[in-house]
Design a protein around this ligand. Structure first.
Ligand SMILES: Nc1nc2c(c(=O)[nH]1)N[C@H]1C(S)=C(S)[C@@H](COP(=O)(O)OP(=O)(O)OC[C@H]3O[C@@H](n4cnc5c(=O)[nH]c(N)nc54)[C@H](O)[C@@H]3O)O[C@H]1N2
Ligand SMILES: Nc1nc2c(c(=O)[nH]1)N[C@H]1C(S)=C(S)[C@@H](COP(=O)(O)OP(=O)(O)OC[C@H]3O[C@@H](n4cnc5c(=O)[nH]c(N)nc54)[C@H](O)[C@@H]3O)O[C@H]1N2
Ligand SMILES: [Mo]
Length: 926
């Protein structure tokens, strides 16, 4: 199928007649596609745009008059020059109607599919006036409601297999199948299991594909007619999928995937079924002020006890109180006694305003956000080695790569829609190499799955590079033209012979060499990495190795060839771009540079602190040291997401003045002096930048609940009260100012964002198309060359020993978002994963005398928790894995706050623990 309209302009055409009219089909188009493009309707059910045509339902038959005189399914028949085709001849119509009649006779309410008001079957039946089927039904499987997200109404199934293709060929989850023969043929999940017991990951692609409502969202909202449809994006991960909110009575009824480069209508379980957190009764709806005498302790506040600690206030009072507390500290102790944590969940405009408030209103650069806990070390290495922290190519480029390395990333869980592109690429011949201490789900698609010892990643990568040098596979010309420092790297690599490193990292030397050859000799290779790379004391070294690998082989700067750190939060790219970072202003312009400082002083008409500010973890230390006493937290939850929680919570409790702006009474909000109830994603409009550097509009679909206000309104209210004279009429105004501050997006206009689905930066001049692939000619460093920075292998800060023999790795689960504040308040997601689980190797659990589903306790030098054991043979014996979303078993009570010296990222991915059977689960507090 010729999908891209740009390609169509140059595609060859085929002339044929359709229902008496001359039609030009593009080469590769079927009769049905050509007809659709002409606005001509031919009934069809098993065909869906974008999916492989299957031709099984025969609802789309047309009569080929000139030529063979046959009935042919138009969805998989290609027109030929001079062909005469009728979709409405008596013969064609009789056949189409008979198909529809037979299918309708199988429906639970004869003649109608009752589950979906937008049933395509009913639509075509109406069009062709097929009302009362004459045949008895064939006897359908019973409906099944075992899945929290999806109702399997298989009594309305027409066996068109769109769901099978959705599941196996699009998302490639391989859960839905078509089984049995003849009369008994039916759709099955895994081995004909109830859907809720199958391995279904609830991406909902099948629901979106189903033409009858046989697969529907489990709640009945799908039956309600929406009042409006609002095109927006997904608020969860950095993939930034496009979606449409279907809204009625200020409620999001359901969500559909929207077509565009980012996701081609695909979504994952969170993006499709994870939205009712916005309607959760626990949402904050009134400003709250801490009651006098309500002491701060390190205990978490249960929302049930909120009245004992907080009282309601008007906005006026709450804003005055919030700002006066900050002002007092600024004036009495100096600006550096204040800090702000901004949000990567908010828009670019909110993040820009927030950093501007801290820099110009507080008067300090102490502004940071979760990037510090995330990819900061990747960014540090990228800035150092190639002069830019941005990805070189979009994720979709994996389709153009011969080899794809995915390292320290669990994409089917954390970037599920991106993972579908990886899987699709493998199907089309791309070789996937996965490197991760855990054998994750994506490994079943991998040509090589290197399950190295946790934390030995620099040893492994240096060995791969050693092999490339030893076998003469470096790209000498690229090295000469585009890089510097190669000799030092080559010398440094001498110590990393694969034979020597094999026992260190646990990967055979021959495998290391094979992977080295495969990557170095491929025509196009991409490396995509996650925070398994960045979240270590040597995170920056890890990323330096990846960059060196790409530079020495010239695998950068072409389509399908480059480096892509998969960004985590939906707007962590944007929040970093607009300067929510203590050492850089918008567009990564260094705080310490006098010229840059003058430029921003002029733009913001103020005096700026020339000293870079403190990072997230340093801010926590500064509070402990008594140097920092006032904090404004907008859309972050450090009481759960920071490492070594006891230490972090102590700091929050020590603050003299703490302002929290969130949508829920988070664990952090419990430490606040004043809480400002903010807007959730669907309640506001703004721009968001995804992992590919695509700027996209999130559009307001509903109003905030109660007295909650939009974040972009709250931040300026604080600014005025800090003495700043701001006047922004809305996010568009803020965006226009951002364009003055940031060359990278100067060419993007708000109008264009409204018109186009997304615009990729750099886009420096209005009208520029934007650059999906960068570093084509050179790198934005002095001299334009990429720099090799050798990295020596060292071990984690805290290694297992006799007392604490297990390695504790933390990360995420598919259904939950970080600290759980959104997803544990989303009914479907919470129903799928309600309780804290810790994954453990089956042999380790057996040795412990425990069983799956039983509690085990986990203890480090810093804290102790209990969680339910879940076996996972993908783990290496001696290691555990846990998500950090459960306040009744907070993984960050265990983790180590030791920092990477360059990126200042804590070592979330590795610490030593001991385990024991049993234990007691703390109480979940919200
Ligand atoms: N469902 C869901 N999706 C999310 C999020 C979420 O909370 N929930 N959060 C988003 C955010 S902000 C981020 S940053 C991303 C994170 O996405 P990922 O980077 O995929 O995150 P993790 O699962 O934390 O860690 C990735 C992998 O690192 C591996 N790892 C552990 N130690 C090492 C090591 O020493 N070396 C290497 N190479 N790998 C190691 C782990 O085994 C794990 O498979 O996900 C985003 N997407
Ligand atoms: N042990 C361990 N710890 C980790 C990690 C790990 O892998 N292991 N990963 C780290 C990483 S990569 C990251 S990115 C951090 C994430 O750490 P955080 O950013 O602290 O985590 P979130 O839960 O995403 O917090 C976002 C907060 O914003 C609120 N919110 C959502 N939407 C809005 C909005 O529109 N407006 C406002 N005002 N608030 C909103 C939510 O309710 C929530 O409280 O965690 C880090 N911590
Ligand atoms: Mo992250």
């Amino acid at each position: 199928m010729v999908a891209n309209p740009e390609d169509l302009k140059t595609a060859k055409t085929v002339g044929f007649k359709l229902d008496g009219e001359d039609v030009q089909a593009f080469e590769g188009e079927t009769i049905l596609q050509a007809a659709k493009r002409q606005g001509k309707e031919i009934p069809h059910l098993c065909y869906k745009d974008g999916y492989r045509p299957d031709g099984n339902c025969r609802a789309c038959v047309v009569e080929i008059i000139k030529g063979e005189r046959v009935l042919a399914p138009s969805c998989c028949r290609y027109p030929q020059e001079g062909m005469d085709v009728s979709s409405t001849s008596e013969r064609a119509r009789t056949s189409q109607k008979l198909v529809l009649e037979l299918l309708l006779s199988d429906m639970p309410e004869q003649g109608k599919s009752p589950y979906n008001p937008h049933s395509e079957l009913d639509y075509w039946a109406g069009k062709l006036e097929v009302w009362n089927p004459r045949f008895p039904g064939r006897g359908q499987p019973a409906p099944n409601f075992s899945h929290p997200a999806i109702a399997a109404n298989l009594d309305a199934c027409i066996q068109c297999t769109r769901c099978v293709r959705a599941c196996r060929e699009e998302q490639m989850n391989d859960v839905i199948g078509y089984a049995f023969r003849g009369h008994h043929a039916k759709i099955v999940f895994d081995q004909d299991d109830p859907m809720g017991e199958s391995t279904c990951v609830a991406c909902g692609e099948c629901v979106q594909a189903c033409p009858t409502g046989a697969l529907m969202p489990s709640n009945s909202v799908g039956l309600v007619e929406p009042e409006k449809k609002v095109d927006s994006t997904c608020p969860y991960c950095g993939v930034g999928c496009l979606l449409t909110f279907n809204v009625r009575d200020n409620k999001i009824l359901y969500v559909g995937g929207r077509d565009g480069d980012t996701n081609h209508s695909r979504l994952c379980v969170k993006g499709r079924f994870g939205f009712d957190y916005v309607h959760n009764p626990l949402r904050l709806t009134k400003p709250l002020i801490r009651k006098e005498g309500a002491a701060k302790t390190t205990e978490l506040l249960d929302p049930q006890d909120i009245d004992q600690v907080f009282r309601e206030a008007t906005w006026e009072e709450a804003l005055d109180f919030a700002a006066s507390g900050l002002r007092k500290i600024r004036d009495e102790k100096g600006p550096r006694a204040l800090a702000g944590f901004g949000s990567a969940k908010g828009s670019n405009e909110e993040a820009y305003l927030f950093q501007k408030l801290v820099r110009t209103g507080f008067g300090t650069n102490n502004v940071d956000h979760c990037t510090r806990l995330c990819h900061a070390s990747s960014v540090a290495a990228l800035l150092e080695c190639i002069g830019s922290g941005a990805v070189s190519n979009p994720v979709e480029d994996v389709a153009k790569a011969e080899v794809v390395i995915v390292i320290g990333s669990n994409p089917t869980v954390n970037h599920p829609v991106a993972a579908t592109w990886f899987k699709n690429a493998v199907r089309n011949g791309t070789k996937l190499i996965v490197m991760d201490p855990i054998r994750t789900e994506i490994c079943r698609f991998a040509a090589y799955s290197l399950q190295f010892r946790p934390d030995t990643y620099v040893a492994l990568l240096n060995a791969i590079m050693h092999a490339i040098v030893a076998e003469g596979l470096c790209n000498e010309e690229y090295i000469r033209k585009h890089t510097e420092g190669f000799e030092q790297l080559r010398d440094h690599l001498k110590d990393y012979d694969p034979d020597r490193m094999a026992p260190v990292c646990g990967i055979p030397a021959e495998t290391i060499r094979e992977v080295a050859r495969l990557y170095a000799t491929s025509k196009a290779a991409m490396i995509l990495w996650g925070i398994g790379v960045s979240r270590h004391v040597h995170g920056t070294d890890n990323a330096r190795c990846l960059i060196s690998l790409a530079l020495m082989t010239g695998q950068i700067g072409r389509p399908g060839t480059g480096l892509h750190p998969l960004r985590g939060q939906n707007n962590v790219q944007g929040a970093s771009d607009v300067g929510l970072i203590p050492m850089v202003y918008p567009d990564y312009q260094p705080v310490g540079d006098a010229g840059v400082c003058t430029k921003f002083e002029k733009l913001w008409q103020t005096q700026l602190d020339p000293k870079p500010g403190l990072t997230v973890v340093e801010i926590i230390h500064a509070i402990h040291d008594g140097k920092l006493t006032g904090l404004y937290v907008e859309g972050e939850n450090p009481a759960m997401s920071d490492p070594n929680q006891n230490h972090a919570r102590e700091a929050l409790a020590m603050l003299e003045h703490c302002v929290v702006q969130d949508i829920f009474l988070t664990e952090t909000a419990g430490f606040a002096d004043v809480i400002l109830p903010a807007s959730a994603f669907p309640e506001k409009t703004g721009t968001f930048t995804n992992t590919d550097r695509r700027v996209q509009l999130g559009r307001q679909a509903i109003d905030p609940p109660g007295d909650a206000r939009q974040d972009w309104w709250i931040i300026p209210e604080i600014a005025w009260r800090m003495g700043l004279e701001w006047s922004y009429s809305g996010p568009k105004d803020v965006f226009d100012e951002m364009r003055q501050a940031m060359v990278s997006i100067a060419g993007i206009t708000w109008d264009r964002l409204e018109r186009e689905v997304s615009v990729i930066y750099p886009c420096e001049q209005e009208g520029d198309p934007g650059e999906p692939v960068i570093f084509v000619e050179d790198f934005p460093r002095k001299g334009g060359r990429g720099l090799f920075v050798p990295a020596a292998f060292s071990r984690a800060n805290e290694l297992p020993d006799d007392e604490y023999p297990f390695v504790f790795i933390t990360g995420r689960q598919l259904e939950h978002w970080h600290t759980g504040s959104m997803t544990r308040h989303a009914s479907v997601l919470d129903a799928i994963e309600p309780d804290p689980v810790v994954s453990i190797h089956p042999l380790d659990l057996e040795a412990l005398g425990g069983k799956p589903g039983e509690l085990i306790s986990i203890e480090s030098r810093r804290g102790k928790i209990s969680a339910y054991a879940r076996i996972d043979a993908g783990l290496q014996p001696g290691s555990l894995f846990m998500a950090f979303c459960y306040n009744e078993a907070s993984a960050n009570l265990i983790t180590n706050e030791a920092l990477d010296p360059y990126g200042k990222i804590p070592e979330f991915k590795f610490c030593a623990v001991k385990i024991a059977p049993g234990g007691k689960l703390s109480e979940r507090i919200n």
